[in-house]
Ligand binder design. Structure first.
Ligand SMILES: O=C(O)C(=O)C[C@]1(C(=O)O)C=C[C@@H](O)C=C1
Length: 360
């Protein structure tokens, strides 16, 4: 026992020594970032550089910590360094406790100020008006598909996409009730109720579900109702101090939502990028085939091709636009040529921007 105590003291001294070194190095890093901020022209936040740093950390990590854990640590270090250069304001689809807030913090770390907005349109307006530097909005869910409102606003707004966030969505049943058997109502956003449909029919078939504006609102209601439960994320459970009765109740364990970061500019090349655009085909046979041919001819891979009604373009009903995601940056030689050819044959092209693929 005495031997173990001595060992404990010795190991803790080792940790103290390493913490001193870490602190010294982090402070030195912060001074360099501050100096970079002074000599940098234009935007201080550089999503392409941050993605490269985070990818490099994962590649060089030799354990024992998993890559995601070290990336989170470095995400926070960079977030704090950036705050020394320029305090950022980030708008997201609120209220506090939503998955959008988790996505915003996953992407920017916790150092910026976060502004919850009541609707996706308000996130766009807040950034357009300069009341936030960046905005985070959901664009698609692996179970439920496209988030139409975000796609429509990307078409009508002048904002660009400068980043993306991929967030695994894990739903939890949370309540002050003693057990799931004592729950009389389940509150959640309609999409989340849909994503937990099978679990609910197997485990709580007779309990009515109530669709509300957001998961965070569901958690707030459950916090006030001893017989109510919410389906929401861990952030909402801790915000409203709700015990989790059942974790990871989503029907698809790979349930993921993709968010984009909107701003007045897109991002520089990072080496692993994506380019998003909206286009329409001219009204003649083979026009869509021709659009797709421009990418195929130049070896540009497409990760998304989705059609939606052309809202806000002032055309007649039944006119459609295509939302296209391409692998690569608009400044890459092959993509640049493909875009030039696309503009020559498409009815309409709107470049939404090039940005680094999610680093983690
Ligand atoms: O490299 C830069 O341009 C920096 O400002 C430094 C740094 C970092 O901490 O590594 C901070 C903010 C930028 O968004 C990117 C990187």
């Amino acid at each position: 026992m005495a031997g173990e105590q001595k060992e404990l003291v010795r190991l803790r001294e080792g940790i103290d020594h390493i913490d001193d070194e870490l602190l010294r190095l982090i402070s030195e890093r912060a001074q360099l970032a501050h100096r970079i901020g002074e000599i940098k022209h234009g935007n201080i936040y550089r999503p392409e550089r941050e993605a490269q740093v985070l990818r490099g950390i994962a590649e060089r990590n030799t354990g024992p910590l998993p890559a995601a854990a070290v990336q989170h640590l470095f995400r926070e270090i960079m977030s704090a360094c950036l705050a020394l250069e320029q305090p950022l304001v980030i708008a997201y689809l609120g209220p506090a406790g939503t998955y959008s807030e988790s996505a915003a913090k996953k992407h920017f770390g916790t150092a910026p100020s976060f502004t919850p907005c009541v609707a996706i349109g308000d996130v766009f307006r807040t950034v357009e008006a300069g009341n936030a530097d960046y905005g985070v909005v959901p664009v698609e869910n692996s179970t439920e598909g496209a988030v139409g409102r975000s796609l429509d606003l990307l078409l009508s707004s002048s904002l660009k996409i400068c980043g993306e966030v991929s967030l695994p969505i894990h739903h939890n049943l949370m309540s002050r009730a003693a057990s799931a058997a004592a729950v009389k109502n389940v509150y959640s956003h309609a999409q989340s109720l849909g994503q937990c449909h099978e679990w609910l029919s197997r485990n709580m078939p007779l309990v009515p579900t109530v669709a509300v504006a957001s998961n965070a609102e569901a958690a707030r209601l459950a916090a006030e109702d001893m017989e109510g439960a919410a389906i929401a994320g861990e952030a909402a459970a801790s915000l409203y101090e709700l015990p989790i009765l059942a974790a990871n109740i989503e029907d698809d364990p790979n349930n993921t939502t993709r968010f984009v970061v909107i701003a007045h500019h897109d991002a520089g090349p990072s080496g692993k990028d994506r380019t998003s655009l909206i286009c329409s085909a001219q009204n003649r046979p083979g026009a869509v085939y021709e659009l797709l041919g421009t990418f195929a001819r130049h070896g540009v891979s497409m990760s998304r091709f989705e059609s939606r009604p052309a809202r806000g373009l002032g055309g007649s009903p039944w006119e459609y636009v295509f939302y296209v995601d391409l692998e690569g940056h608009r400044l890459d030689a092959s993509l640049a040529v493909a875009l030039t050819e696309l503009k020559a044959c498409a009815g309409f092209v709107k470049e939404l921007g090039s940005y680094p693929r999610a680093a983690f």
